[in-house]
Design a protein around this ligand. Sequence first.
Ligand code: ARG
Length: 570
Amino acid sequence: MIKKEIEQLLNIAGKKIGVEDADFKVSFSSLPEVCDFQCNGCFALAKRVGKNPVALAEELVANIEKTEDYEFFVMKAFINIKLTDKKLSKLGVAYLKDERGGLVKHNKSQFIILDYGGANVAKALHVGHLRPAIIGESLKRLYKLMGDKVISDVHLGDWGLQMGLTELQLYEDGKLDGYFGKGKNKTLTLDDLNEAYPKASARKGQEEDFRLKAEDWTLKIQRKESPYYEIYQVIRELSVKEIAANYSKLGAQFDLWYGESTADDYCGEAIEILDKRRLLKSSEGAKVVEVASESDNAPMPPCLIQKSNGASLYATTDIATILMRNKMYKNVDRIEYVTDGRQQLHFKQVFRVCKMSGISPEGQQLVHIVNGTMNGKDGKPFKTRSGDTIKLEDIISMLSTKAGEKLKANGVEGGEDMALKIGVGAMKFGDLINNVSKDYIFDLDKFLAFEGKTGPYIQYTVVRINSILNKIDIPAGNINITTEEERNIMRAIIKLNSAYEVCYQEKSLNGLCSAVYDLASAFSGFYNNYNVVNEKDAQKKAGWVALLHLVKKKLMQALNVLAIEVPDKM
Ligand code: ARG
């Protein structure tokens, strides 16, 4: 909005001096202490019209319509633009009134299905599921805020070999006797599951017989044979409860709790489509689709659709899921997946099969958002001390324990809920401040610091604003910007508003994290120099109250996108 206004002023001036088609563009200033925006257009334009660039810039500025909103001045051939206090005040008043705090939606709303869960039934959620949950949830909230319609799907891994492995292990441990006519006991517990899968998974690599048998059991489950399928349903239900509890602690909310098993109903139809399009090839008894293309610079193996025993595979369920989604919903613009890099080949293959077969209609974008890895301090993927994959549950409890200790050390009485909000908030911010695709190091002490670019710092800023506002009983007045500290707050808000679109384009939240930090730190600069509660000038005080409300509103809007909650005290 602001940029457009400035560009328009420049273009009108351009017409006045005879450069009709200049189409000036402005950007945020690279020298924020000098000005707020800059325009570099005179360099290229001067060449084109055969003028001296500085003279051109000066002529242009001299011809800009008088305005109380902006100051224009020339430095070399750059046109520098400063927002006047009047303009900043007007923006403050308008943003406070506006429900969205001046954040504009984009004009073309998209319909998006976002797939960012991926937890596996019967297996504990692990650290690999953490980043997709954090990133996916925030992307969903960002898309919605920008005006898109988004449906989130947890897409559980609930149809693979782990099902057969778990059941077989449980069977061998005598836990399924009741289902096989040996006694009445049919009670399975979560502990049984959590014990069975790791055992079975270790055996799979060492005992060929065991693996083959587990494959057979998996097929029986997939064919819905009794009692295999009945046991599967019990396992799924138990497991999903635990998965849901963990996601909820992370603030990840899914509209759909579908899984690979849901897509099973569409596998037959998907295979038929591939067959009709003559895309299915037989290969050693199995069915595959050749997806390699001439432009590939790395080998692209065929996509395995059906095993020789008729079992479907991971790719089959993902292809069937795309078919299902397009049958359930009309005009889906994008389907996006958040996972780590290990699934890159998988999604490339799946997307190609869906495009070649028309299962994904033309114009629909299939996007794999690849997240980098969370590493330990040794720079290797984060593991337990003994080298095992770490469970998500353990990370969450580590976060809240540490946050609880910190609160205690600061003399704040708070329950578990408060510690969880701070611990999880710290984790999320520590994650999202990195570009989605980059690896980063899990450093709890750094994440949990109350100063610096951290979640707790932003949370603490809101807590501080709340505490000031609670001490004041006069209503908000009009925002009136007169000091450098106030200007810095308004500038940070303007930049924050523009960060959303950048994040949207980049599908990464790091820009929002930085911008919200800059606002918190601009507020801090104000807070350190002015005492709102004790201010004697009633009009000034009322103006500050309004400004505080605006800062809080903008911080909360960003925290809501980052899915970070704010505790009552810190
Ligand atoms: N369940 C998979 C895993 O744990 C992730 C699923 C990702 N989503 C998908 N539609 N394939 O690795």
